[in-house]
Ligand binder design. Sequence first.
Ligand code: NAP
Length: 320
Amino acid sequence: MKAIVYEQYGSPDVLQFNELAKPAPADNEVLIKVRAASVNPLDWHFMRGEPWLIHLMLGVRKPKNIRLGVDGCGVVEAIGKNVTQFKPCDEVFGGCRGAFAEYVCAKEDQLALKPPNISFEQAAAVPIAAITALQGLRDKGKIKPGQKVLVEGASGGVGTFAIQIAKALGGEVTAVCSTRNLDQARSLGADHVIDYTREDFTRNGRRYDLILAANAYHSLFAYRRALSREGICVKVGGKGSLGAFFGESLLSLMLSTMSSKRVYGILAKINKKDLQQLKELLETGRIAPVIDRRYPLSETTEAIRYLEEGHAQGKVVLTF
Ligand SMILES: NC(=O)c1ccc[n+]([C@@H]2O[C@H](COP(=O)([O-])OP(=O)(O)OC[C@H]3O[C@@H](n4cnc5c(N)ncnc54)[C@H](OP(=O)(O)O)[C@@H]3O)[C@@H](O)[C@H]2O)c1
């Protein structure tokens, strides 16, 4: 089978489009013939080995697992002996480590059936980005109907889902993005939009009950300034080193003893229950993936280069 592989950390130039043996599923896995995969910032973090903590997770000098890709969608071809919820020919989507290949094995508990009303490409765009938005808003952010919710970085992979999920969960949503993305944010359901090239939402005097910072570009103090008295800010990703992240987390913990405002970081986890909830939202049309660009698997290098520029308008998808 054809697959994207990398044998050393580095720029997109380290990626190769090679022939690999077709994998066999372990007892708790299904073998999927991949029909589409999506690209996430996590892929270029894995590819570059940045931040350095990635080396400790994936291999100190070089990656132990040479395959890339974390989100996929396709058709079940075979199942491991302990798999009970899927059978051959089922169409599935979810977390698939090594999804940039014609075949991938994925754990049963990280998959759900693909909603029949959307394409393979649309379903591949969902897992990490939408689960991050869902867990950020619902679990860490404790979103409640009627709350004022602000999504920063509202035009990227996580942000486009966050606008729609926050609306579906009853929030009054303000989307922060650049000028060219304002109409897209409105069309996804945002009640208000702020152009970050013209206005700094942390200095306009308005307060929010929940801020989901998909791309966080402000200081801890700026986020706290924009929160209502018991407001919560959930930082998903964006600018800043790992050291700064841990430093801010510690400071945030100390500040939370003095006021009821909260600023949290989040590490999203793919799981079947949340994929199932997203499937329902997709089936009822309450959320829909936004796909910016499509690349064939053989052009994964260009897809990652584009995503790394940091200005994707929705998701970048690989087609097979
Ligand atoms: N913690 C977790 O579990 C988790 C999970 C998934 C992702 N992440 C992280 O979350 C971040 C977002 O992921 P993503 O998939 O949404 O990335 P993405 O698709 O690459 O985000 C690109 C978007 O960011 C916007 N952006 C850039 N600068 C901005 C600014 N100053 N203010 C507001 N928006 C800005 C861009 O809009 P413009 O072109 O208009 O600037 C673009 O639409 C990444 O850092 C990723 O690593 C974390």
